[in-house]
Design a protein around this ligand. Structure first.
Ligand code: NAD
Length: 489
């Protein structure tokens, strides 16, 4: 167990060694109201700040993170048990995101001139204004990326931020907050509230937050949507996934197998866009299963140099083990090595019957299923059967076939001959459909999601009165009839 929760503290331990790291006081409701009041007050000026000021603040923040690089590596590893390279990738993706989103700011939120059609005397445009205070709630599996990316987008869009990190991994956010305060001296623009469901739920309900960006499970996402709907509060929901990988007949076998291992097992499968289901064309199914099984047997989960780290949250480990037990009763299961304690061996479940729970629910661990398919129709049905729609991947050489399948896959993103990499491209919108959520982060769309889009109309040429006002009504009516006949026929 990585967190022990007392009445007033989150007590964090290393999930691998069990060693106690540190405690953080849970934010009381009274403290949270003070934080929110401060955020509302700071928003009054920051909402209208210039793009250059926002970019400057984030540049200072970026430099601060680099200065504390070793502390970030250490804290991410100690509270999640990740491998060093995994922690470095988190930091890299977060910083890359910060830099690219800052570069994208004018392009995304600058004045956006629109066509006026026949109304040539007019001019029209859209401006993107801050919403006010953004409430951000994050999960534990990537404690830096999933905290920093929405936070950066909200701040670049001119909002002040109140963030609640997962109760399992609050220490990375605590360091982030220290760096923000030290390097920007703008303490009120980014504040943190610590705790569990109650703190998150207060943030969601509060009339002092103007938008909620939630990353986490589909079950909690539903609760948040229910609270926000009657308040008409904008909400971005980045929820669970059950990503399918499709391997077509002409795919490169070795590359597909390597990609499946990386896509399904990196971060011990605790990634929303992990490959959980593999569908292979029947003509190459046998060699793919053979290669994948042989490779999985050589991979181990454990401390030190082992490939996979731990399952960071004890409760989730129990759930994953139940899926594996269920699978073992009805199908062949191939496993690699796995140490005792918080580790789960990499697992491949071969051709399990479709009624099993592990094919319907998000596993969120190093477990993949593999099935053969006959043709396009069958694989599209299989890939779309869960109701989740975060991302999907397709491996093959015939791009006509790849596109014909990808267009019919229900997913926010499709990657072709690659897996997971799309998350690292800061300009590519990210978000799911169906049970995987609503709204986008990243790219222009992410910055705009944290903005209110205000449309403007004004005059290019100022006339005393418009043709369609009461005074000109008769003449205008005759003109309009002729115009409709001439222009639209
Ligand atoms: P979770 O839903 O249990 O918790 C997420 C956060 O919500 C935590 O901070 C938690 O304290 C808070 N919370 C819980 N109940 C709440 C409530 N009623 N109101 C407000 N806040 C509440 O998820 P988790 O176990 O931390 O994370 C794993 C899940 O997150 C997986 O399903 C995974 O797929 C998903 N995830 C999605 C993405 C994505 O971008 N789509 C990324 C990472 C993880």
């Amino acid at each position: 167990m990585s967190v022990q929760i007392s009445e007033s503290n989150l007590n964090i331990s290393n999930p691998v060694t069990g060693e106690y790291i540190s405690s953080i006081p849970i934010t009381t409701n009274q403290e949270l109201q003070i934080i929110l009041d401060k955020a509302v007050f700071a928003a009054k000026t920051y909402n209208y700040s210039s793009f250059s000021k926002r970019k400057q603040l984030l540049k200072q923040f970026r430099r601060g993170i680099v200065k504390y690089l070793d502390d970030f590596i250490k804290i991410i590893i100690s509270e999640t048990g990740k491998k060093e390279v995994e922690s470095l990738m988190e930091i890299f993706i977060s910083l890359e995101h910060l830099q690219q989103s800052s570069k994208n700011l004018y392009n995304a939120l600058g004045k956006d001139v629109r066509k006026v059609g026949i109304l040539k005397t007019k001019k029209a445009w859209v401006e993107y204004e801050a919403l006010g205070v953004a409430g951000i709630i994050s999960p534990w599996n990537y404690p830096l990326i999933l905290t920093m990316c929405p936070m950066i987008e909200a701040l670049l869009a001119g909002n002040t931020v109140v963030l609640k990190p997962s109760e399992h991994t609050p220490l990375t956010t605590q360091l982030l907050k220290r760096v923000w305060d030290e390097f920007t001296k703008e303490e009120a623009l980014f504040q943190v509230a610590y705790g569990q469901e109650e703190v998150g739920s207060t943030l969601v309900k509060s009339n002092k937050t103007d938008i909620i960006c939630f990353t986490g499970s589909t079950a909690v996402g539903k609760k948040i949507a229910e609270v926000c709907a009657p308040l008409f509060k904008p909400v971005i929901l980045e929820l669970g996934g059950k990503d399918p990988m499709i391997i077509l007949e002409d795919a490169d076998l070795d590359k597909s197998v390597e990609a499946a291992l990386w896509g399904g097992l990196s971060n011990a499968g605790q990634t929303c866009i992990s490959v959980e289901q593999i569908y292979v064309h029947k003509n190459i199914y046998k060699p793919i299963v053979e290669k994948l099984s042989n490779s999985i047997k050589k991979i181990s989960a454990g401390p030190g140099n082992k490939h996979l780290g731990p399952i960071s949250v004890d409760l989730i480990k129990k759930k994953i083990n139940n899926y594996i037990l269920e699978a073992k009763k009805e199908s062949e299961v191939i496993q690699g090595g796995g140490d005792e304690g918080c580790f789960i061996p990499p697992t491949l479940v071969i051709n399990p019957p479709l009624h099993l729970k592990l094919l319907k629910e998000e596993i969120f661990g190093p477990v993949m299923t593999i099935h053969p398919f006959q043709d396009e129709e069958e694989v599209i049905t299989l890939a779309n059967m869960t109701g989740y729609g975060l991302s999907a991947s397709i491996f093959g050489k015939n791009y006509n076939q790849i596109y014909s399948i990808s267009r019919r896959i229900k997913a926010g993103t499709v990657t072709i001959n690659d897996v997971l990499t799309h998350y690292g491209i800061a300009d590519l919108p990210f978000g799911g459909i169906g049970l995987s959520g609503i709204g986008k982060v990243h790219g222009r769309e992410g910055l705009r999601a944290f903005s209110q889009q205000k449309s403007y109309l004004s005059n290019r040429i100022s006339l005393k009165s418009e043709f369609w006002w009461f005074k000109n009504r008769d003449k205008f009516g005759k003109f309009l009839k002729k115009w409709i006949r001439w222009n639209f026929s």
